[in-house]
Write a new protein. Structure first.
Length: 434
C-alpha cells in the first residue's frame, strides 16, 4: 500500500501506520462481537467467512499451489539477496579490515578472554554494590564495543553511565549511552529489540522496586531467551527514608519465579563482577539487584559466585548450623558466625547470590555446599520469605520481611525488622534447639 511505501521511504525517523480493524470481519454472525475472540467459529461460520472473503477452497488448512509457488519464488529471491550481501561483506572486509574486525567483535559476543580477566574482580575496598556495578560496567565497556544501554532517568543513581562514551542520538550514532527517559516498560522493550537485532549487548537500569513497571518485558526476555542485562539498584529497605513505595519486598521472589531468568543479589564488589560475567555468558535475561548502602569486601568472594551459591567460610570444624545469606545480609551472617564460633558452635556461611544458577549445578556440588546432614539452618534476606523454606528446611529459621517497609534511616529499619547479628545468632540457636 502507499502507507507502507511511504514508511519504507522515510529514512530519518520512525513511522507508524494506523490500521482500523473490526474483530470477526467477514463473518456476519460474530463480526464486532466479543464471542469471536474467545470461541471457535464453527464449521458453518467458517463457510460463510470463506464465501464473504472470496476464498474458493472448501478444504480445511489448505494451501493452494499458486501460494506454494509464490513462497518458493520468494525463497529464491531471499537466497539471492543473501548471496549478494555476503559478497558485499567479503569486499567490505578486504577494503576495511579494521571495521570488519569491529563487526566481528560485536556480533561475536563477549570473548572469554574478556570474561576470564582477573582484573574484573579487582577491588581494594568495600562499597555499595551499585557503585561496584558501575565500575565493572565501565571496565567491560572498554573491551566490549557492543555494550549499549542506559537508565530510565536514573543514570547517576544507578551508576549505569559509560564514562567517556557518547550519548546515542541522530548526530551521534556511535554513542553507547541511551537516555531512555521515565518509561521503564518501553526501556525494557527497547532492550529486547536490541538483543533481537544482534551485534549489541543491551543493558537497562532503574530502581529495583520499579521492576513492577517492566515485568512483562522481562518475561518476554526470558521467553525469547534474550540476554538483556537488568541493572536494578536500591535493592531493599536499605533505601531508607524514601519509604515503602521505594523499598523492594516481593520483587526478588517475583523475579526468581520467572522461568529462565537469572536473579542476582551480590554481597560485594567481586560477586557483582561475577554477576556480570554470568550475564554475558547467558542465553537468558539477568537481573542484578544492587545495594544503595556500602557493603564490605570479603577475601573469600570471587569466582565461586559463578555457581550461584558457595561456601563463603567455615568457622570451626564440621558445621552444626549453616547461615545462608544474599546481598547485604551476608555481612550479618559473617558477624553471627564469628560470635557462634566463639561460643564453640561450628558454623558455615553460604553466600547465595543466584538461586537459579545454583539449582542448575550437579547434585554433588549442591550437597557439598548444603549437605542434607546439616539441617539446622538460618536464611537471611531483606525481602519476602517466599522461596526460602526449601533451603531452611523444617528445622531451619527464616529471617525475612513479609510486609511493606517503612520510612526511616536504613540502620534503624534493619534493626526494626530483625536484621541484626544478635537476631541471626538467636535464630541459629533456635534452629539447633529443634
Amino acid at each position: 500500500s502507499s502507507a507502507i511505501e511511504a514508511a519504507k521511504n522515510e529514512k530519518d525517523k520512525p513511522s507508524i501506520i494506523i490500521i482500523h480493524t473490526d474483530i470477526g470481519y467477514g463473518c456476519p454472525a460474530v463480526q464486532g462481537k466479543a464471542s469471536c475472540h474467545g470461541s471457535p467459529l464453527g464449521g458453518k461460520n467458517i463457510e460463510l467467512l470463506k464465501e464473504t472473503l472470496g476464498w474458493g477452497y472448501k478444504e480445511s488448512f489448505y494451501v493452494p499451489d499458486e501460494v506454494k509457488a509464490a513462497a518458493a519464488q520468494r525463497q529464491k529471491e531471499y537466497a539471492r539477496a543473501e548471496e549478494k550481501w555476503n559478497d558485499m561483506f567479503k569486499r567490505y572486509r578486504e577494503k576495511y579490515p579494521d571495521m570488519a574486525l569491529l563487526w566481528d567483535k560485536c556480533f561475536g559476543g563477549a570473548d572469554e578472554s574478556v570474561l576470564n580477566d582477573p582484573s574484573l574482580y579487582k577491588f581494594d575496598k568495600g562499597m555499595a554494590t551499585r557503585a561496584s556495578s558501575g565500575i565493572v560496567l565501565n571496565r567491560l565497556a572498554e573491551k566490549l564495543p557492543g555494550l549499549f544501554g542506559g537508565s530510565a532517568d536514573l543514570g547517576p543513581s544507578n551508576k549505569s553511565v559509560l564514562n567517556g562514551k557518547a550519548w546515542f542520538s541522530p548526530e551521534h550514532r556511535e554513542g553507547q549511552n541511551i537516555h531512555f527517559g521515565v518509561r521503564e516498560f518501553a526501556m525494557a522493550a527497547i532492550g529486547n529489540g536490541i538483543a533481537l537485532h544482534g551485534g549489541l549487548i543491551p543493558y537497562v537500569a532503574t530502581f529495583f522496586v520499579f521492576t513492577d513497571y517492566l515485568k512483562n518485558a522481562v518475561r518476554l526476555s526470558a521467553l525469547m531467551k534474550l540476554p538483556v542485562i537488568y541493572i536494578m539498584t536500591h535493592d531493599s529497605i536499605g533505601v531508607g527514608e524514601d519509604g515503602p513505595t521505594h523499598q523492594p519486598i516481593e520483587q526478588l521472589a517475583c523475579m526468581r519465579a520467572t522461568p529462565n531468568t537469572h536473579m542476582w543479589r551480590p554481597a560485594d564488589s567481586k560477586e557483582t563482577a561475577a554477576a556480570y560475567i554470568s550475564a554475558l555468558r547467558a542465553t537468558a535475561p539477568t537481573v542484578i539487584a544492587l545495594s544503595r548502602q556500602d557493603l564490605p569486601l570479603y577475601e573469600e568472594t570471587g569466582e565461586g559466585a559463578l555457581k550461584g551459591a558457595y561456601v563463603l567460610k567455615d568457622f570451626g570444624g564440621s558445621p552444626k548450623v549453616i547461615l545462608i545469606g544474599t546481598g547485604s545480609e551476608v555481612e550479618l551472617c559473617m558477624g553471627a558466625a564469628k560470635k557462634l564460633s566463639e561460643e564453640g558452635i561450628p558454623v558455615r556461611v553460604v553466600s547465595m547470590p543466584c538461586m537459579d544458577i545454583f539449582e542448575r549445578q550437579s547434585e554433588e556440588y549442591k550437597q557439598s555446599v548444603l549437605p542434607d546432614s546439616v539441617d539446622r539452618r538460618v536464611t537471611v534476606e531483606a525481602g519476602a520469605s517466599l522461596g526460602w523454606a526449601k533451603y531452611a528446611g523444617p528445622k531451619g529459621e527464616i529471617i525475612a520481611i513479609d510486609d511493606f517497609g517503612a520510612s526511616g534511616p536504613a540502620e534503624q529499619l534493619f534493626e526494626a525488622y530483625g536484621f541484626t547479628v544478635d537476631n541471626v545468632v538467636a535464630k541459629a540457636k533456635a534452629s539447633l534447639a529443634k
